[in-house]
Design a binder for this molecule. Sequence first.
Ligand code: SF4
Ligand code: FES
Length: 244
Amino acid sequence: MSNITKGRELTFSILKYNPRDPESRPRFVEFKMYETTGMTLFIVLSKIREEMDADLSFDFVCRAGICGSCGMLVNGKPLLACRTLTADYPDGNIQIMPMPAFELIKDLSVNTGKWMDAMSMRVESWIHTNEVHDISALEDKVDPDIADETFELDRCIECGLCITSCGTALMRPDFIGPAGLNRVARFQIDPHDNRTNEDFYELVGDDDGIFGCMTLLACEDHCPKHLPLQQKIAYMRRKLVSVK
Ligand code: SF4
Ligand code: FES
């Protein structure tokens, strides 16, 4: 005899739309299923695709909150679907939509990679140095506190939840967003990067950059890696506001 007991019935309302199909119109489609212990939205969406709608598109890779590919709007909040439990929704009604700040591929699948690539190019997301390194020599020592601070900001998984939750980024697509400003702070702190504050000012010293943030704080509230986004935006603003 099976030990699996049927849980409560859940109702999912999922936005479906294929922008490449001229016949397609955005619409919510309802799916019902019984809850099981520890059920995540990854399990829900996989079950829907396997058993009810083979056409449903969504992205998952790691299923462990590491790859950053499963950001979605769940009952209006940006969340990683693989880390979201159905148990957190007491009335059993869950609406799922794609993140609005990114190009829609289809249904729940969005192109965060395109946005992140453009951001990386814009902030020149690589070490700038004229020093010639001897690759056979021992690595330079770095102060452990500075190394910790740099690695902390490098934990960004490029999920895009901070961009989706940012009022400025939603209103102004050219705004570099919390993930972009976090990236700038990461290189400003790194002693290997020889760029000056004047150089960083040239990159992000305007309303599409460090001075566009309205300090609404939603980015930090929604970052699944708990990065200190607001603290670093304030830090960069203090550094750049004094550039003559
Ligand atoms: S800063 Fe946080 S929320 Fe934003 S992209 Fe990186 S991990 Fe995701
Ligand atoms: S599938 Fe990798 S973060 Fe959700």
